[in-house]
Ligand binder design. Structure first.
Ligand SMILES: NC(=O)c1ccc[n+]([C@@H]2O[C@H](COP(=O)([O-])OP(=O)(O)OC[C@H]3O[C@@H](n4cnc5c(N)ncnc54)[C@H](O)[C@@H]3O)[C@@H](O)[C@H]2O)c1
Length: 251
């Protein structure tokens, strides 16, 4: 067990990739704070962790709201006894389409829900980790950030921002004992992606076949990479963007 004795905070842990990460952290021995703005699915994640013999608590937060994020970190420290490792997975991508027809408020909202939220979470997580003498953070990016992605420009740009945030903050906090990496998923079978496929059937066709391994990834396959990067097994790895994508980026 690679996270024994640690407290892990996972945002967006109500479903999908975030839930798989929370469960993997618990399996590896961490006490887990499940954070999400959906209280119902968040409680389900906690119940699944407890059913597996783990320890978890839920905190309802919209991580694009600074006060919620401050309260979330305080709750984590007070309730679970600290904050050693964190994975910022929560994101919402709303709408896609050509730039000349795209609404600015949708662009702004995407940045807020994919990039600003990650920066906000880091702000409060890092403040605690500094006091604590170290820690490890993994941000969830997206392969959309690595190559151009037509009609999904707001999301792609926001996630490219997450990559640069990850590298810049790794450079800033490396000497203080805090490692910061990102995992960049390919196309993973989650409720968010299933909804997107229904809305954009033409784009879905191409995405489903985009990995050289010719299949979608599973949330648990992202979680394994995250747990590794959070753990001391990755003790000399920081500032990296690790694609977990069935080879989508080498196609
Ligand atoms: N699924 C994929 O194929 C894929 C690919 C690349 C990147 N990603 C990234 O992986 C992460 C998880 O994706 P997913 O497909 O599991 O998403 P999802 O939409 O299935 O789940 C996202 C979860 O985050 C929560 N959430 C979103 N915004 C929040 C906020 N501001 N505050 C609190 N909770 C919030 C939602 O309630 C939900 O529980 C995201 O960062 C996403 O961009 C996913």
């Amino acid at each position: 067990m690679t996270l024994t004795g640690k407290v892990a905070l996972v945002t967006g842990a109500g479903v999908g990739i975030g839930r798989a990460i929370a469960k993997a952290c618990a399996r590896e021995g961490a006490k887990v704070l499940v954070a999400d703005f959906n209280a119902e699915t968040g409680a389900e994640t906690v119940a699944e962790i407890e059913a597996g013999g783990g320890t978890a608590a839920f905190f309802k937060a919209d991580v694009s709201n600074e006060q919620h994020v401050a309260d979330m970190v305080e709750f984590c420290v007070n309730t679970l006894g600290g904050l050693d490792v964190a994975c910022n997975s929560a994101a919402v991508s709303r709408g896609s389409g050509p730039i000349h027809q795209f609404e600015k408020d949708v662009f702004d909202h995407t940045l807020e829900m994919c990039l600003t939220n990650t920066w906000l979470c880091q702000k409060y997580e890092l403040a605690h980790m500094l006091q604590n003498g170290g820690g490890s953070v993994v941000n969830i990016s997206s392969n959309a950030s690595l190559k151009g992605q037509p009609y999904n420009t707001a999301y792609a740009a926001a996630k490219a921002g997450v990559n640069t945030l990850t590298k810049s903050s790794a450079a800033e906090y490396g000497s203080k004992g805090i490692r910061i990496n990102a995992v960049s998923p390919g196309v993973i079978r989650t409720p968010g992606v299933e909804k997107y496929f229904q809305e954009q059937p033409k784009i879905a066709e191409g995405l489903m076949r985009s990995a050289v391994m010719n299949r979608l990834g599973e949330p648990e396959e992202i979680a394994e990479a995250v747990v590794f990067l959070l753990s001391d097994k990755a003790s000399f790895i920081t500032g990296q963007i690790l694609s977990v994508d069935g080879g989508q980026t080498v196609r």
